[in-house]
Design a protein around this ligand. Structure first.
Ligand SMILES: NC(=O)C1=CN([C@@H]2O[C@H](COP(=O)(O)OP(=O)(O)OC[C@H]3O[C@@H](n4cnc5c(N)ncnc54)[C@H](O)[C@@H]3O)[C@@H](O)[C@H]2O)C=CC1
Ligand SMILES: O=C([O-])CC(=O)C(=O)O
Length: 298
């Protein structure tokens, strides 16, 4: 099995081969590895361009993403150490929750290893965009392929902030629709966790979202000059050190942030943005404190 297929195999989905075929047009000799399937981690990582980290435990009903911190923080730390040692130039896609903390952990580990490139570290929030697009398309009877809703902030509860006022194509929403859609998008992960009743979280839709983000990264590495995705990254768009927003991807990772996305927000969005900051700040700080207390292995 090629490394690419082994990456996506984790998710046990029927269309994995379709995804792999879609990626095959990329000229970059990229490999995408699933750590969770790799026994000789170091060897497998040499020369890899994109590393996807979905390893860790999922939520059970009643848990928050932060409840996964105690187990997943260490898993992410260990895996990012291996990336730092073996393929420090790779794009790193962190899926493991709580993303609001695991990305800052990854950044600290890379710093301690002396190889941190903030342009290449990504928290995967693509699923929030996929959900926002889907729910808006349903509500407004639009073709899904035409809809694009930026989602900013972080990846847990109220830190997930869909910017419905910036939906493309331009559509208007009543105040009630904004409230209803925002809450649905914020709670969609929990909705799946509850529906699966202890059997895991949104594995299948995450596979779709991960494949989209990987494909975008490979297109950027290939030199496509028109690749934009939302992601939770080191950021100076707000007073928080990490923040999810639309970024332009290029061969060297993030080529540009898009400050205009945060301008001209609706009153509802402005308030929601201020309201999410304390929770997001606390999750970021928790990740940084964890990594600083547990120095990397030499
Ligand atoms: N960022 C996002 O939008 C999303 C994030 N997630 C998160 O992704 C993570 C995985 O979720 P699922 O794939 O649904 O769970 P899963 O249980 O189906 O798969 C997790 C995988 O991690 C592996 N694993 C467990 N402990 C490990 C360790 N110590 N080292 C290496 N690998 C280990 C398991 O063997 C398994 O293959 C969870 O933390 C979940 O919360 C899930 C969905 C969406
Ligand atoms: O909700 C979860 O535990 C998994 C996740 O991050 C999502 O589905 O957005």
């Amino acid at each position: 099995m090629s490394p690419l297929v082994s990456a996506l195999n984790l998710y046990d989905i029927a269309n994995v081969k379709g995804v792999a075929a879609d990626l095959s047009h990329c000229n970059t000799p990229s490999q995408v590895l699933d750590f969770t399937g790799a026994s000789e981690l170091g060897n497998c990582l040499k020369g890899v361009n994109v590393v996807v980290i979905p390893a860790g435990v999922p939520r059970k009903p009643g848990m928050t993403r932060d409840d996964l911190f105690n187990i997943n923080a260490n898993i992410v730390k260990t895996l990012v150490e291996a990336v730092a040692d073996n393929c420090p130039d790779a794009f790193i896609h962190v899926i493991s929750n709580p993303v609001n903390s695991t990305v800052p952990i990854a950044a600290e580990v890379l710093k301690q290893k002396g190889v941190y490139d903030p342009k290449k570290l990504f928290g995967v929030t693509t699923l929030d965009v996929v959900r926002a697009n889907t729910f808006v398309a349903e509500k407004k009877n639009l073709k899904l392929i035409d809809v694009d809703v930026p989602v900013i902030g972080g990846h847990a509860g109220i830190t997930i902030l869909p910017l419905l006022s910036k939906t493309k194509p331009s559509v208007s929403f009543s105040d009630e629709e904004v409230e209803q859609l925002t809450i649905r998008i914020q709670n969609a992960g929990t909705e799946v966790v509850e529906a699966k009743a202890g059997a895991g979280s949104a594995t299948l839709s995450m596979a779709y979202a991960a494949a989209r983000f990987v494909e975008s990264s490979l297109r950027a590495l290939d030199g496509d000059g028109d690749v934009y995705e939302c992601s939770f990254v080191q950021s100076d768009l707000t007073d928080l050190p990490f923040f999810a927003s639309r970024v332009k991807l290029g061969r060297k990772g993030i080529e540009a942030m898009i400050p205009s996305d945060l301008q001209g927000l609706s009153e509802y969005e402005e308030k929601a943005l201020e309201a999410l900051k304390p929770e997001l700040k606390a999750s970021i700080e928790k990740g940084i404190a964890f990594a600083q207390k547990q120095p990397v292995t030499a």
